[in-house]
Design a protein around this ligand. Structure first.
Ligand SMILES: Cc1cc2nc3c(=O)[nH]c(=O)nc-3n(C[C@H](O)[C@H](O)[C@H](O)COP(=O)(O)OP(=O)(O)OC[C@H]3O[C@@H](n4cnc5c(N)ncnc54)[C@H](O)[C@@H]3O)c2cc1C
Length: 381
């Protein structure tokens, strides 16, 4: 079997296929975690990318519940892999608080909490006073309250390196610096054309996320690249003991503090309309500047938070904010488009995909992620 792409999905697919006894070759054009996995903020969010009420309105209550359970199971599975494979120092069991900055946002958040609780999901509303008890710097006047959700914070590079090491122990061959040019079903197997020559395999998984359309042209209109950008500050005394988000700009901001006190903060996508190629993963100066103003605007006494580093990554998004997992040709599967939620959904979807490949049976939880949910025009675009 060949897996294309050395991000979380590719490495997890290789790991689960090897655990099910398959012989696996993973091909990555750069290095492990060169894409979104190595550039993300490390939130492991056990929630749908859309708000839960929006997910219910879009997909119906049964599918929305199943999708949310999948994210919860995925977050738990990631923690289990980290423990089973003894991946040190990479994972912290810390939830996140999603701030509301207006009364209208607070109302929507409280409605989300109520609907989630009614469906048995763990979340709660914290008013301004309760938040102030948890955050040891004065809250800016705009902060009304926050929605607290369990979850984890992770060092994605350490996690994916650790899973890659475990996969190698299970017999997976990982080749980096090998670009795949095409993946073709032959009727009796699959031919993968690579920069190192053709490779023949019984089956292939294409896990190239924002670059899926290059290898599966009918996915180019379905899974689109979107630039995400992040800064890291110098280490500071602990202020944030959990992950946090705030809708300060239209596309939202998110941050947390690592064990050494560094604040990792992303967002501010909406501050620029300058043309850029997200797949190139090159930071935009206007976004870099704006990210440094986020915390001083929300917490006026925190002081300046200058960036000591900044980077950009290619997120992969879809029109309904759900990933795609499907067999796109005979014995060729494609997976990607995680809409900023790959760290929770990724490990479990990789596991269910490995089951599908090994047993020829698709788990019911994957049915809402099929490619045919998109209209033909979107697939052909
Ligand atoms: C700035 C930013 C912040 C984010 N924050 C979070 C977060 O906090 N929580 C969360 O859950 N998610 C977050 N995400 C999204 C998360 O990173 C992704 O959902 C996840 O990493 C997807 O993993 P992947 O393996 O599908 O894709 P990727 O990690 O992008 O891996 C795809 C790989 O395929 C390789 N590749 C591409 N084309 C080829 C080819 N032709 N041949 C060989 N190899 C190829 C690439 O080099 C790359 O290594 C964020 C993303 C970004 C960009």
């Amino acid at each position: 079997m060949v897996v294309v792409g050395g991000g979380l999905l590719g490495v997890c697919c290789a790991y689960w296929l090897a655990r099910r006894g398959k012989s696996v070759l993973l091909l990555e054009r750069e290095y492990i975690a060169a894409g979104a996995t190595g550039r993300n903020a490390g939130f492991v969010l056990p929630t749908t990318a859309r708000s839960y009420p929006d997910a219910v309105a879009t997909h119906g209550v049964d599918v929305a519940r199943s999708l949310r359970r999948l994210a919860i199971d995925g977050a738990r599975l990631l923690a289990d892999i980290v423990a089973d494979e003894a991946i040190a120092g990479a994972h912290r069991d810390r939830g996140s608080v999603h701030l509301a900055l207006t009364d209208d946002q607070a109302l929507k958040s409280r409605q989300e909490v109520a609907l989630s609780q009614a469906d048995g999901f763990d979340e709660s509303w914290l008013d301004r006073r309760e938040l102030a008890d948890l955050i040891p710097t004065p809250l800016g006047r705009r902060i009304v309250g926050g929605r607290a959700v369990p979850g984890a914070l992770t060092n994605s590079v350490a996690v994916v390196d650790g899973i890659g090491t475990a996969a190698r122990r299970l017999g997976v061959t990982i080749r980096t610096g090998v670009r795949v040019g095409s993946v073709r079903a032959t009727g009796s197997g699959v031919v993968i054309d690579t920069s190192g020559g053709p490779v023949h395999a019984t089956a292939a998984v294409i896990a190239t996320n924002a670059w899926l359309g290059e290898l599966v042209p009918r996915l180019s209109g379905v899974v689109r690249a979107l630039q995400g950008q992040v800064i890291a500050t110098r280490p500071m005394p602990e202020v944030f003991r959990f992950g946090m988000t705030a809708p300060l700009t239209a596309t939202g901001e998110y941050w947390h503090q690592t064990p050494d006190g560094t604040i990792i903060l992303g967002g501010c996508r909406a501050v620029t309309t300058a043309p850029s190629d997200p797949a190139a993963q090159v930071p935009q100066p206007a976004v870099h500047e704006a990210l440094q103003t986020v915390l001083p605007r929300l917490f006026p006494e925190i002081g300046p938070t200058p960036a000591v580093r900044g980077w950009a990554g290619a997120m992969a998004v879809t029109s309904d904010e759900l990933p795609v997992v499907d067999e796109v040709d005979e014995s060729v599967w494609a997976v990607g488009g995680f809409n900023g939620h790959g760290m929770s959904y990724g490990p479990i979807i990789a596991s269910l995909l490995a089951d599908w490949i090994c047993t020829a049976t698709r788990a019911p939880a994957l049915a809402p992620l099929a490619l045919d949910r998109f209209p033909a025009e979107e697939r052909a675009r």
